[in-house]
Design a protein around this ligand. Structure first.
Ligand code: ARG
Length: 466
């Protein structure tokens, strides 16, 4: 082994590491992604070492300018990554020693890779929470646009995938908006548990040097410091939380995908997906497939897999740090990439979605979707709801036998089942009437949906003014 690639922990060893073992244990292929956070952590740690007299002003200056050069070198792809140097932490320390010699060897005073890596990932997750939050806002804005455009477009609402009651497309878009709002609040809530500094916890028990943990926390813009060194280096709860929040977000995206895929099918023909987001078949010339949405639905499995992955990595680990923890990063990085890409893909699909308003309106009329409105009408005429339910059931069965819609029956037909039915019943059987009768807060009437849109816009405005 050349002097250049000497491992920082080499002292205790007389033999060299097996080449295969070197590559098996190395994480540099994926954790080089943390370089910026590792440098920031080292900058803060050195400034703190200077403040407590471990590094002189000159030494600090040399370290900081070397760290800046290393940052530039990495950004220009100038660093040769080597399995023999295991991970990003050892690479950066090695580069530092190469550049400024002995002074660099002081930087690891009072620090272990255990608290170093915990700091790096917290900084990384903190940033990714912000990115995910941003991507949710972008999608929410698209939903608001669709809701406004189609605020009065009627479409069947389903339960059990059977036509249930007519609703507006704007109402559906708003339901998705508020689902995403919960995702946003879950990510934001987790931020306060992520944004705490473990730096200074050392290997597991703290340090005999008088490290000023509050100072490094402040430099790194953490909200505070962790309370217990052992917990600081063992804790990966914040990764579990991030992937768990991502799983729920993905489950929402998969449900949106499924809805749109059904709506875009030939039999439904409720929406047109733009050519931009579809692909064809290699054998069936007529096909236009919603692959993007199918992939989002499929990638939900990837994220759930990463949740089980990280939970299993953490399960039954003895305290404190174990190398198992190195596997947290592939799980986390894969989750981040998948989420960000899927959000973008969903946004492109929605931005280019066209509603076939004629078809949805015709379908909303089918399946006796105003039957509940008829029952409610009878209740207003003093018929107890249970009796009304039965009467309407009979009328529907009659209409089915005649192959007619409810509003195609004659007043005599209605009267033959219930004397109390008057001509005004026809108003209640119209789908517009049905939609607009749902005036309870949060309902599908035009008025209520416009209140929901207003609230949604305020949520976004408040966020953008912050
Ligand atoms: N590459 C390691 C990881 O990601 C860094 C911590 C190594 N610590 C140790 N005690 N070997 O977990």
């Amino acid at each position: 082994m050349t002097k250049n690639t000497k491992k920082p922990w080499q002292g205790r060893f007389s033999g060299e590491t097996d080449k295969f073992v070197e590559s098996f244990t190395s994480s540099i292929a994926f954790d080089k992604r943390l370089y910026e956070y590792d440098i920031q952590g080292s900058e803060a740690h050195s400034m703190m070492l200077n403040s407590i007299g471990i590094l002189s002003d000159k030494e600090l200056k040399d370290i900081l300018s070397a760290l800046e050069k290393i940052r530039e070198k990495i950004e220009k792809d100038g660093v040769v990554w080597k399995d023999s140097l295991e991970d990003i932490h050892m690479h950066i320390e090695h580069e530092l020693i190469e550049m400024i010699g002995d002074t660099a060897k002081k930087i690891h005073t009072g620090r272990s890779r255990n608290d170093q890596v915990a700091t790096d990932i917290r900084l990384y997750v903190r940033n990714e929470i912000i990115n995910t939050h941003e991507s949710i806002i972008i999608l929410q804005k698209t939903l608001i646009k669709l809701a406004e455009k189609y605020s009065k477009s009627i479409i069947p609402g389903f339960t059990h995938l059977q036509v249930a009651q007519p609703v507006t497309f704007g109402f559906i878009m708003m339901s998705w908006f508020f689902m995403l709002e919960r995702d946003k609040s879950r990510f934001l809530d987790s931020y306060k548990r992520v944004n705490i500094s473990p730096l200074g916890a050392g290997a597991l028990s703290g340090s005999s040097h008088k490290l000023d943990r509050e100072y490094t926390a402040k430099l790194l813009e953490f909200d505070g410091i962790t309370d217990n060194a052992l917990d600081s280096v063992s804790d990966r709860d914040f990764i579990v939380e991030f992937i768990s929040n991502s799983s729920l977000l993905m489950s929402h995206l998969s449900r949106f995908s499924e809805e749109i895929i059904i709506w875009a099918s030939t039999m439904y023909n409720f929406v047109d997906l733009d050519d931009k987001v579809c692909t064809g078949s290699s054998i069936m010339p007529q096909k236009k497939n919603p692959d993007v949405l199918e992939l989002i639905r499929g990638k939900t499995g990837t994220i759930y897999g990463q949740l089980v992955n990280i939970l299993t990595i953490m399960k039954a680990q003895p305290f404190a740090y174990n190398r198992d923890n190195q596997e947290d990063k592939p799980a986390l990085f894969n989750c981040v990439d998948t989420i960000i890409m899927s959000m973008q893909a969903m946004n492109i699909c929605l931005e280019n979605l066209k509603l076939n308003e004629k078809t949805t309106k015709i379908s909303a009329k089918k399946g006796y979707s105003t039957a509940t409105d008829f029952a409610d009408y009878l209740v207003k005429k003093d018929v107890p709801f249970r009796d009304a339910h039965e009467i309407v059931g009979k009328v529907v069965a009659y209409a089915v036998s005649k192959n007619l819609d409810l509003d195609e029956l004659s007043i005599e037909d209605f009267k033959s089942v219930c004397e109390k039915v008057e001509k005004d019943v026809f108003e209640f059987l119209k789908i517009e009437g049905s939609v607009n009768s749902k005036k309870t807060a949060g309902g599908t009437s035009f008025e209520e949906v416009s209140k929901q849109i207003k609230k949604a816009k305020n949520i976004i405005k408040e966020y953008e003014e912050k």
